[in-house]
Design a protein. Structure first.
Length: 197
């Protein structure tokens, strides 16, 4: 009876030891994963959206850039943050559907010459928006009370219309670059891009 109890106790201790080793192995695998895949080194893809406006709709709605942050890369030392080491500007071309342009033309407001012929409330053209893309990451320590600014959108200004037009954005964070003034009928545009939605 006593021998059976000792045997049962030994088996329990053995099971606990095996479980402990299994859990330690899993923890080591987790560390290895974070030191390779999860390390703050390579920027990760992130979907971002052009500046919102009540006057326009972008197609596609968003785009993919690469970012360095604490959600994309892990720093091994406490107090360090994953931040960009190098960045570049990348240009993304969107179709943009404008509203109210026909009302501006009717009111005689100053509009870019190629736009004056448009007599509709919907105008579609292309715009190029320049985004800040992170190209490499590193772990850094920020000084106390540091205020960070994440400049996803940083673009050169080439206004589409004059500054007194409602279509001109008022945000100090961005301007839109318009490279192409090709006009597309709204309904033709919708048919052409229905495959994407």
């Amino acid at each position: 009876m006593i021998n059976a109890a000792k045997l049962t106790l030994q088996q329990q201790h053995s099971t606990i030891a095996e479980h402990r080793l299994i859990m330690q192995d899993r923890a080591i695998l987790h560390i290895n994963l974070m030191n390779t895949v999860g390390l703050c080194r390579d920027p990760r893809p992130l979907i971002v959206y052009p500046p919102s406006s009540t006057n326009k709709i972008f197609y596609p709605r968003g785009t993919i850039i690469h970012r360095c942050s604490d959600q994309t890369g892990c720093c091994p030392n406490p107090g360090e943050l994953c931040r960009p080491e190098t960045v570049e500007n990348v240009e993304k071309v969107f179709f943009v559907n404008y509203f109210m342009l026909g009302q501006q033309v009717s009111a005689g407001q100053r509009i870019a010459p190629r736009l004056k012929a448009m007599k509709t409330n919907f105008t579609t053209m292309t715009e190029t928006v320049t985004f800040v893309n992170h190209t490499s990451c590193k772990c850094i320590r920020l000084a106390p009370n540091t205020i960070e600014h994440d400049d996803i959108q940083s673009v050169i200004s080439r206004p589409l219309v004059t500054t007194n037009s409602p279509l001109q954005t008022n945000s100090i964070l961005y301007h839109l670059i318009v490279q192409d003034f090709e006009m597309v009928n709204l309904f033709d545009f919708g048919k052409s891009f229905s495959m994407f939605f």
